[in-house]
Design a protein around this ligand. Structure first.
Ligand code: ZN
Ligand code: ZN
Length: 389
């Protein structure tokens, strides 16, 4: 088992990063308390010192219930006051999963700062590891000595960050769309008024139709057999094969899954096991039905029937101020069925740019050829609104 030495912070004086093996604060002399929080820096090396390994594997330290001094589990009496171990409490042994390993203290006054440094050095290590597979232990506190790790995260083109270019591009597209939508004002003159009107005229006539049955009023003319729809009919089976793949257990693998705080200043790497699987595929044969489409016939009838059908339009239009409906006469078997009308003005600005504005007749009638108007128009040339004259 791999053993690494942890560190702890003195709650009494605030000094940080004291080695795990030290049981008395080297700065203020306070004993390491029984609720001390050990942490393991990212780059703590594996210990190969025999004496340290013995200490680490001896078990959790105990804290003298008489004088508060920390003692190795290998000692049965307090090295400071000589009292028997008795019922003195031991430090906690704690398992941490890989993502939850404590990397620094949050209690110390300098903790926030040193944690920032820790993050920076972690990034530096990622950059180093990308180029060499070896593990050169990055130093703990050189957070400001090297270039920012963020510079490497976006590909750069000629020194300009691509992320910045992308942001500028998106902003430009949004501004362009807003520019197209925002209306602008134009001063124009009415150049021309035009109109168009139409009246739809229907006639009642005998028409010939076909259908699967004769509707009321239809007069039989003839019948024939026609395809009414298609039906799927089973034709034959074809032998096909398919791959049936599934996971099958393949063994057990060991992986690194965190550390154990041994309660004596040392941490032990934890390994866990999990089953592994492989994909096994079997070829499976099966019969697939093949269908053919067969037509189904039915009797289709031809018949005559009297209906109102479109006949013509009576249309009128003009480039002037006086719209009128076309005159028309209805034969005995004819009727009017709906009217349509549209009214346009052509507007021109000082530079000769033309706009067309369509409106209901009442608004159209209020415009005079030659009169100046203020309009709102969008960048695509569409007149949105005619403002007050
Ligand atoms: Zn201290
Ligand atoms: Zn003691």
């Amino acid at each position: 088992m791999v053993i690494r030495e942890g560190r702890w912070d003195c709650g009494a004086c605030g000094i940080t990063g004291i080695l795990g093996r030290v049981r008395v604060c080297p700065d203020c002399g306070a004993p390491r308390p029984d609720d001390v929080s050990f942490y393991l820096s990212e780059d703590a090396p594996a210990t190969d010192d025999e004496e340290q390994l013995l200490e680490a594997r001896a078990g959790a330290d105990w804290v003298c219930e008489h004088c508060g001094a920390g003692n190795s589990n290998r000692q049965e009496s307090c090295k400071q006051c000589g009292a028997d171990r008795g019922t003195s409490p031991t430090l906690d042994v704690t398992d941490y999963s890989t993502g939850a390993i404590p990397r620094g203290s949050s209690r110390s006054p300098g903790g926030a700062h040193s944690r920032v440094g820790g993050v920076a050095s972690r990034f530096q290590r990622l950059v180093v590891n990308a180029t060499t597979d070896d593990e050169p232990a990055a130093s703990d506190d050189s957070g400001t000595g090297q270039a920012s790790p963020w510079l490497g995260s976006w590909p750069s083109a000629g020194g300009i960050n691509l992320a910045v270019l992308a942001a500028i591009g998106i902003a430009a597209a949004v501004l362009g769309m807003i520019w197209l939508i925002i209306p602008r004002n134009e001063s124009v003159t009415v150049q021309e008024k035009s109109w168009a009107r139409a009246i739809t005229i229907e006639a009642y006539r005998t028409v010939r139709e076909e259908a699967w049955s004769i509707p009321a009023g239809g007069r039989y003319v003839g019948e024939h057999s026609a395809i009414s729809h298609y039906e799927s009919v089973l034709d034959h089976y074809e032998t096909r094969s398919r791959q049936d793949c599934h996971q099958v257990p393949d063994g057990i693998e060991t992986y690194s899954c965190g550390v154990r705080d041994l309660g004596n200043g040392y941490f032990e790497d934890r390994t866990c096991t999990r089953p592994t699987y492989r994909i096994q595929c079997d070829t499976e044969h099966y019969q697939e039905p093949v269908y053919r489409q067969e037509p189904v016939y039915a009797t289709k009838y031809t018949y005559n029937i009297d209906r109102w059908v479109f006949d013509r339009k009576a249309e009128s239009s003009g480039v002037n101020d006086t719209p009128f409906w076309a005159t028309f006469t209805l034969a005995e078997n004819e009727r009017e069925n709906g009217r349509s009308e549209e009214y346009h003005v052509r507007l021109v600005n000082k530079t000769g740019m033309e706009f067309t504005y369509s409106s209901p007749e009442t608004e159209w009638a209020s415009f005079q050829v030659g009169e100046p108007l203020a309009i709102k128009v969008n960048r695509l040339g569409k007149v949105l609104k005619v403002e007050q004259k």
